[in-house]
Design a protein around this ligand. Structure first.
Ligand code: SF4
Length: 352
C-alpha cells in the first residue's frame, strides 16, 4: 500500500527541520511566545529575543506580574508592541480565570485575548497533541495546490473547505509536527512563485503539480476598484426639523439616513425625483460636498438643502418609516458614518 501523504511529508520534515529552541519544548506558553514573535520577524532575530524574554519571564505567572515597562523593554526592536501588550493581557486572563494553568483544549485557547484560529491551532496541536489545523497564508497556498482548490481563497467558504481538508489529513499521532511540516513546506519549497516541486515529497500526489498549474494557485481574485457614485444627500426641513428615514437598499440597509438618491445631483432634477416620491419641496441651497469610501463603492456626495412646502402626511411617514426630527433627536440617532458631514450640516441648520 502506498504511503499516506502525511507520512511522506513527515519523513521529509524529519530530515530538513531546523533545531529551534521552541521546537524543543511542549510548554504551551513558550510555544505561544515563539508564534507571536515569529509573526513579522525572522527566525534568526527571534532566537535572541525568545531566550531573553523567557529568562526574565519563564512562566505565565512571571509575565502576568511583570511591569508593562519591563515587557516592552524585552520587546524593544521587535516592533508591533501591541503583540507584547496582548500577550500580557492574555496571561493575566490565564492567571485570573484558569488559576495560572494554560488551558489545554482548543476552544478555551481560542477564547484567550489576541489568539486567533491559527495560533490556537498551533498551540493546541504542538503543545497538547490535539489534531486541529493551524492554517496561515503559507499553508493556504500549500493546501490549495496539493488539494487542487481552484477557487478564490479570499472567500470564507473556500477557506473553510481548505481548513477542513487539512483537518482531515492530520495524522493522529503527530498533529503538531504535521502542522509545522506544512508551514515549513510553505516557507521553503512551496514558494509563491516557481515552487520547487522536484524536491517536494508531495510531487507525485500534488494535484496542482500533476496538472501543471501550481504557479497560478492559490487563486486570489483581483479586488475590483470601487465604483464611484454621485449621490445627492437631501436635508428636507420644516421650521426646526429634518426628515430621516431608514435605507431600503442593501448597503446601509435599515440605518437612518437623510433622503438621498444615486440617480441625480442637479437640484432641479433632484427636486423632480422628490416630487415623484410624493415630497413637495423647494430648493434652498447647496451646503457642500463629502466623500465616503465603502468596500466596493465610493459615494461622492452633494449635500442639498430643500424646504418642505407641505409636511408629508401620516400615511407617507408610516409607509416610509420616516420621521421628522429636531436637532436633539438627530443627535441621539445612530446614523452611519457615511453621512456624518451631512448630519453636521443638518445640526447647524436646525440649531440656526
Ligand atoms: S508539489 Fe509543488 S506545488 Fe505541490 S506542494 Fe509540493 S512544492 Fe507545492
Amino acid at each position: 500500500m502506498s504511503e499516506k501523504p502525511s507520512a511522506l511529508l513527515l519523513k521529509w520534515y524529519d530530515t530538513v527541520k531546523r533545531d529551534l529552541p521552541w521546537r524543543r519544548t511542549k510548554n504551551p506558553y513558550h510555544i505561544w511566545l515563539s508564534e507571536i514573535m515569529l509573526q513579522q520577524t525572522r527566525v534568526e532575530t527571534v532566537k535572541g529575543y525568545y531566550a531573553r524574554f523567557l529568562e526574565r519571564c519563564p512562566t505565565v505567572e512571571a509575565l502576568a506580574s511583570a511591569p508593562e515597562e519591563t515587557v516592552l523593554k524585552l520587546w524593544e526592536g521587535l516592533g508591533y508592541y501591541s503583540r507584547a501588550r496582548n500577550l500580557q493581557k492574555a496571561v493575566r486572563t490565564i492567571v485570573e480565570d484558569h488559576g495560572g494553568v494554560f488551558p489545554s483544549d482548543y476552544d478555551s485557547i481560542l477564547k484567550l485575548p489576541g489568539i486567533g484560529p491559527y495560533t490556537a491551532g498551533a498551540i493546541a496541536s504542538i503543545a497538547f497533541g490535539i489534531p486541529v489545523p493551524a492554517v496561515d497564508g503559507n499553508v493556504y497556498r500549500v493546501a490549495s495546490r496539493f488539494f487542487g482548490i481552484r477557487e478564490d481563497v479570499g472567500i470564507p467558504a473556500v477557506q473553510k473547505q481548505i481548513r477542513q481538508l487539512v483537518q482531515e489529513s492530520i495524522p493522529a499521532d503527530r498533529p503538531g509536527d504535521y502542522n509545522q511540516a506544512l508551514m515549513e513546506l510553505g516557507a521553503t519549497l512551496c514558494s509563491p512563485q516557481r515552487p520547487d516541486c522536484e524536491s517536494c515529497p508531495w510531487a507525485a500526489r500534488c494535484n496542482a503539480c500533476q496538472e501543471g498549474d501550481q504557479d497560478s494557485l492559490p487563486i486570489h481574485e483581483k479586488k475590483q476598484a470601487p465604483k464611484t457614485m454621485d449621490v445627492a444627500v437631501c436635508l428636507l426641513t420644516d421650521e426646526n426639523r429634518v426628515l430621516v428615514l431608514p435605507r431600503k437598499e442593501r448597503m446601509l440597509k435599515g440605518l437612518f439616513v437623510f433622503w438621498l438618491t444615486e440617480e441625480e445631483t442637479a437640484p432641479a432634477n433632484v427636486q423632480q425625483l422628490l416630487a415623484e416620491d410624493g415630497l413637495n419641496c423647494s430648493f434652498v441651497g447647496h451646503l457642500g460636498n463629502a466623500k465616503h469610501v465603502f468596500t466596493h463603492r465610493v459615494w461622492q456626495m452633494e449635500i442639498l438643502h430643500f424646504s418642505l412646502n407641505h409636511l408629508p402626511g401620516e400615511e407617507w411617514l408610516q409607509t416610509h418609516q420616516a420621521r421628522l426630527v429636531t436637532a436633539e433627536e438627530l443627535a441621539q440617532l445612530p446614523l452611519p458614518t457615511a453621512i456624518k458631514a451631512a448630519r453636521e450640516k443638518a445640526m447647524k441648520l436646525l440649531r440656526g
